[in-house]
Ligand binder design. Structure first.
Ligand SMILES: [Zn+2]
Ligand SMILES: [Zn+2]
Length: 100
């Protein structure tokens, strides 16, 4: 299934009030469906969310996620990377968000 066949969620209002969020969302929108993919654009948005908007990062997924249970079991896990994984929920469809 091509990336552009998947519907993206509408990002939450706080993201539209943040210049850095808007810029990275627009970059992602521009790269969405591009032949080279938009991996780095996704990472940029998630990294910014985890750093600048930690309160907005969703709680760990209890179901349907192969990533969160792994982190939950590891006290020495990199919590920044985990937060970036959960932040993906805010701007990506679940099928894509939980790939990383
Ligand atoms: Zn922001
Ligand atoms: Zn998860």
């Amino acid at each position: 299934m091509a990336d552009d066949a998947v519907e993206r969620p509408v990002p939450p209002p706080f993201m539209w009030g943040c210049g850095a969020c808007v810029r990275s969302l627009l970059r992602l929108a521009g790269a969405w469906g591009a032949p080279g993919g938009c991996f780095w654009e996704q990472v940029q948005v998630a990294r910014h969310l985890a750093e600048a908007h930690p309160d907005a990062v969703p709680a760990p997924h209890l179901e349907g996620c192969g990533v969160c249970p792994e982190y939950a079991l590891r006290p020495d896990a990199d919590t920044d990377v985990w937060a970036q994984h959960r932040a993906r929920d805010l701007f990506l469809p679940p099928s894509v968000a939980r790939l990383l």
